[in-house]
Design a binder for this molecule. Structure first.
Ligand code: ADP
Length: 177
């Protein structure tokens, strides 16, 4: 069974096979963790995202949603020390049942990491920044979904939650202890 850990820090600096980006559906890059990952990875990452977006649109995806909310896509890691980056689009919080979509982000990212042969994965606190998802409710969904999905991912040996702020760090510590 995989170990699940939490640290407070910057996801671009952690030592894992693959990191997850809280991206947007257009894969266009943005602020927050998305901006930090793009800055650290270098311009090759934006080019890779635009290539995937173009392919998905060619295959019928809507212009604004090459990566629909809750789904996940993989790119290389470029200047980052990890081997890959999984981009998932979290839901914007409206208080109208977004938990299923947030759970899909964690589940689909883990399944994609498993299919891609990665043994360790780091998650940011998806949707808890600009997208406004309450941090305590998001932590409930993240920890529960990862625990429920890991039995389907025998190749994944380590899951790391990387919390940028102290509040999220405390919420995850409580849930994982
Ligand atoms: P979203 O649009 O999904 O809410 P944000 O990037 O605004 O995405 O925020 C998601 C979480 O990522 C927030 O908890 C924010 O504090 C955190 N975050 C921002 N920068 C980093 C970073 N470099 N490493 C890890 N987490 C980060």
């Amino acid at each position: 069974m995989a170990v699940i850990e939490v640290i407070q820090g910057d996801i671009t600096a952690v030592d894992v096979d693959v990191i997850v980006n809280a991206a947007n559906s257009a894969l266009a890059g943005g602020g927050g963790v998305d901006g930090a990952i793009h800055r650290a990875a270098g311009p090759g990452l934006h080019e890779a995202c635009m290539k995937i977006a173009a392919e998905k649109r060619k295959a019928g995806a809507s212009f604004s949603e090459p990566c629909p909310t809750g789904e996940a896509v993989l790119t290389g890691a470029f200047n980052l020390r990890c081997k890959g980056i999984i981009h998932t689009a979290g839901p914007v919080w409206h208080g109208r049942g977004e938990s299923g979509l947030l759970a899909s982000c964690y589940r689909n990212s883990l399944l994609l990491a498993e299919q891609s042969g990665f043994a360790s994965i780091a998650f940011p606190n998806i949707s808890t920044g600009v997208y406004g998802y309450p941090k305590d409710l998001a932590a409930d969904v993240a920890v529960k979904t990862v625990r429920e999905t890991l039995p389907d991912c025998p190749g994944i040996k380590r899951v790391l939650f990387v919390c940028f702020d102290r509040e999220n760090y405390g919420l995850y510590q409580t849930r994982l202890s």
